[in-house]
Design a protein around this ligand. Structure first.
Ligand code: PMV
Length: 329
């Protein structure tokens, strides 16, 4: 198997209860748990080949040689896989996103989940889903959740071994949709999530209250999933995202991801909700808005937000599957 290319596919996920802040930067241990929905429409496919002839790791993103910083981060991650497999061979990694890279559409989640699966298999490791989730977490906190499909809960854990994600069953999984409103054409984001969450933790007076809030939101969201109460889930998701952004905005200097179109989409969502449409907004480290809704209401929301000035693309996504190996063609 070593030396053979292995391809894996993973879908991005959008957090309904966010992860924003770490307890340990080296192990990438989150300060709190989180909860997400894996999305079918946002997938990454990654091929890894360990090759004796390579002097260093190589990374290609969407068909182009990656920037030095991205290659270095991938190489640091591959070191973990090499150490676990007891090999020293360098690897060629080719990754393709089905959506704009680094636009705040969580490409690091699908990217590191696909890389963890492809690289571990290519290195000859046989990891359980939990071990894969722990490995993916070392690449990016949110990637630990993209190992699974549907609703996924991440545990904060006390140690590296206890900070993993696991799936949460809910009758809502087939009913829910996410309407993704891309704001600003998928331009690279102003602050990467890694630096921005560290800066928030170090300087925001609202960071502590945020960390205290998350376990309560997580419990309430899990209860809503258990009873299939979409309205309760949506209400928590929207409030939690706003609390995360409030903590980031209060950082010094401020971290502001919002654009005028971001606010316009939020206003549209509130207006639709007042008219009885199932719609709740959430946002990550970028200006885009993701609207949690139902299969029936998703087309109405998509139609209303696509004409907002500054919204450059709208996608409707259903819940997505777990990360998987793509058989050779
Ligand atoms: O996995 P990272 O380091 O890109 O952080 C993700 C942070 C958010 O997307 C803003 C929230 C989350 O829980 O996914």
């Amino acid at each position: 198997m070593l030396g053979q290319p292995v391809t894996a596919r993973a879908c991005a996920n959008i957090a309904l209860v966010k992860y924003w802040g770490k307890r340990d930067a080296v192990l990438n241990l989150p300060a709190t748990g989180s909860l997400s929905l894996t999305l079918a429409a946002l997938a990454t496919q990654t091929t890894v080949t360990f090759d004796r002839a390579l002097a260093q790791d190589e990374l290609e993103l969407d068909g182009f040689s990656a920037r030095f910083a991205d290659t270095a981060r991938t190489s640091t991650f591959l070191e973990l896989v090499r150490a676990a497999a007891g090999i020293t061979m360098r690897a060629r990694v080719a990754s393709r996103n089905e959506f704009p890279t680094a636009s705040g559409l969580a490409s690091s989640a699908s990217g590191y989940a696909a890389l963890a699966l492809a690289a571990s298999k290519a290195a000859g490791l046989k990891l359980s889903e939990r071990e894969l989730s722990i490995l993916a977490r070392r690449g990016s906190g949110s990637a630990a959740r993209s190992i699974y499909g549907g609703f996924v809960r991440m545990h904060a854990g006390d140690t590296s071994e206890s900070a993993y994600a696991e799936p949460v069953t809910s009758s809502l999984v087939d009913r829910v949709r996410m309407v993704i409103a891309v704001v600003g054409g998928g331009a690279p984001k102003s602050h990467g999530s890694r630096d921005a969450m560290e800066h928030t933790a170090a300087t925001s007076p609202y960071y502590r209250p945020w960390v205290e809030l998350v376990p309560k939101d997580l419990d309430a969201a899990l209860a809503a999933l258990a009873t299939g109460d979409l309205e309760a889930l949506g209400t928590i998701a929207e409030a939690n995202a706003l609390a995360m952004h409030a903590s980031a905005m209060a950082a010094r200097p401020a971290v502001i991801y919002w654009q005028p179109a971001t606010i316009a989409v939020h206003n549209e969502v509130r207006g639709l909700r007042a008219c009885g449409v199932a719609a709740w907004a959430t946002m990550d480290a970028g200006p885009h808005v993701k609207v949690l809704t139902t299969e029936e209401d998703a087309p109405t929301i998509a139609m209303r937000v696509k004409d907002i000035d500054g919204v450059t693309a709208v996608t409707i996504s259903a819940s997505g599957p777990a990360a998987s190996i793509v058989p050779p063609a």
